[in-house]
Design a protein around this ligand. Structure first.
Ligand code: ATR
Length: 289
């Protein structure tokens, strides 16, 4: 059972409260992003950060939602664990095996959604202007971040999607899971076939330990676009690596961050905010936390 929060019982004067729960979360840009969305749509909100270690996650999430929270974003490392909190899952959350957004449904239950894949796709196609149909995509990594985007990438009808991972068994498992959805294959890094690719996406967490994914040089050519799901004010190490190998363009994951937030905002408040302004502010090198 969950503790519901029927809209009719809330004071009209109360500001809607949302939060991001993760570990760590202090670096997060989500309060800034959702604050900008609220200003733009003329509807106030409070958005706070909740740092909860894995053992504390469920209690902290239930406390926030049971105490009147209108919606919750979930980030690393809790996205898979958040599946169990939901009374129902959106098809894309079930496919991703992870929840990054919880919202109260009209029936008073908790809906678990995953907006990460949609966020990446909107950034690649609308913001960057890539046509993915018929293209060859290489996805680096086979963890939660990777699983969350494979379905939406295959929906865009690429010619092929190859998953490369240090632990090959995890890449093979994902390729098998998504086999019915499109032409997906897997290998370790050394055995990545037939470069260069049109699009190379880094979904590894290698940069957290100061490492780079061991990307074979043949994967990048003069027409390759390299996309890092990680983001930094300057180019990320992966972007620099791809640029040094001759990529046509490199992108950090700012757009995915903002677009997944816009999708969550739409789920919570029924309106999808425009993203261009907040994205341009986040990309400004001079902006500090
Ligand atoms: P996330 O939710 O960010 O995907 P994860 O599920 O722990 O986190 O997955 C991390 C991914 O980054 C994995 O694909 C991992 O490779 P392994 O499956 O072999 O562990 C990858 N990764 C982490 N550090 C890496 C490194 N130094 N080099 C290459 N890949 C790395």
């Amino acid at each position: 059972m969950h503790e519901g929060n029927p809209v009719g019982l809330r004071s009209r004067l109360e500001t809607d409260r949302y939060a991001l729960i993760g570990h760590p979360v202090s670096h997060s840009w989500s309060p800034f992003i959702h604050g900008m969305f609220a200003k733009q749509t003329g509807r106030e909100l409070q958005y706070r950060l909740i740092d909860a270690a894995p053992a504390e996650f469920e209690r902290a999430a239930r406390e926030f939602l049971g105490g009147g929270g209108r919606g919750l974003n979930i980030t690393v490392p809790h996205k898979p664990q958040a599946v169990a909190l939901a009374d129902e899952l959106s098809p894309r959350a079930r496919r991703a095996g992870a929840v990054n957004t919880l919202a109260w449904s009209t029936s008073g239950g908790l809906l678990g959604d995953n907006t990460d894949g949609a966020g990446l796709l909107v950034d690649l196609t609308d913001n960057i202007g890539l046509a993915l149909a018929g293209r060859r995509i290489l996805l680096l990594g086979a963890g939660g971040a990777s699983r969350g985007v494979i379905g939406p990438l295959l929906d865009a009808k690429p010619a092929s999607l190859h998953i490369a991972n240090r632990t090959v068994a995890k890449a093979a498992e994902l390729a098998e899971f998504f086999a019915a959805d499109g032409p997906v294959s897997a290998s370790d890094f050394a055995a990545v076939p037939d470069g260069p690719y049109d699009l190379v996406i880094n979904a590894t967490s290698a940069s957290l330990s100061g490492d780079l994914p061991p990307l074979p040089a043949h994967c990048i050519g003069p027409l390759t676009v390299a996309y890092d799901m990680a983001y930094a004010k300057e180019q990320t190490p992966f972007e620099r690596q791809a640029a040094a190998l001759g990529a046509a363009a490199t992108h950090g994951g700012w757009g995915m961050l903002v677009e997944q937030a816009a999708e969550a905002y739409r789920l919570w408040r029924g309106i999808r905010p425009a993203t261009a302004l907040v994205l341009s502010l986040l990309k400004q090198p001079s902006r500090t936390a």
